[in-house]
Design a protein around this ligand. Structure first.
Ligand code: GRF
Length: 202
């Protein structure tokens, strides 16, 4: 199974996936890493000798134009699976349509609780005693696709957004690696294309 990973930030989840994929027994191969900016996580691509590309969000006049370039880059690599790992951008609908259901995303909350860009902060603000980590299939909503794996993570007294996020990330990484492995081994089906995305584009 060939995998493309898209990031925006430090790429710690990406790093864990690269470490797992470095094991010759791991059934998936990361072939390219894309980012929406000069993300720190691109250093991992360098370190692991994996090609990478940047489609800088701020260089495009619209989400659609940014998405079209991202899609063009992905079409060069033709991955079997796209993993959003800390990508802080919503993909345009036609990019999701072109690749669905073969796009998965990690989210640092127990979806459907606390979707969106600030799941950790929102859980803290809500005074939740526990939150979680989730891996989902990307559809054209925000963190709304079918849940492939999730696990509860406790919130502790005095937690800050970062201390809680650091407790969530290891769980996220473990779930993500397991989901990618299961997809590669064929024991986890990504299911039918999300109903409202129509047929794949050519
Ligand atoms: C992860 O928790 C991811 O789920 C969220 O942002 C974080 C990215 O962390 N979207 P990193 O860039 O993988 O360190």
């Amino acid at each position: 199974l060939t995998v493309a990973v898209l990031i925006s930030g430090t790429g710690s989840n990406l790093r864990a996936l690269l470490d797992a994929a470095a094991d010759p027994g791991f059934p998936a191969r990361i072939i390219v890493i894309g980012a929406d900016r000069e993300a720190d996580g691109l250093a991992h691509a360098e370190a692991f000798g994996i090609p990478s590309f940047v489609v800088p969000w701020e260089a495009f006049e619209s989400r659609e134009a940014w998405g079209a370039e991202l899609d063009a880059q992905l079409k060069v690599w033709r991955p079997d699976l796209i993993v959003l790992s800390g990508l802080m951008r919503l993909l345009p609908r036609d990019v999701v349509a072109a690749w669905a259901p073969n796009i998965i995303n990690t989210h640092p909350a127990f979806l459907p609780e606390f979707p969106g860009a600030h799941g950790v902060r929102d859980a803290l603000a809500a005074g939740a005693s526990e939150t979680g980590a989730s891996v989902i299939v990307v559809d054209d909503g925000v963190d709304s696709g079918p849940i492939l794996a999730q696990e509860r993570v406790p919130v502790q007294q005095g937690d800050t957004e970062s201390s809680l996020h650091e407790r969530i990330k290891p769980v996220e990484r473990r779930l993500l690696i397991d989901v990618v492995r299961r997809i590669a081994e064929g024991s986890l089906e990504l299911g039918a294309r999300p109903h409202d995305l129509g047929s794949p584009s050519a």
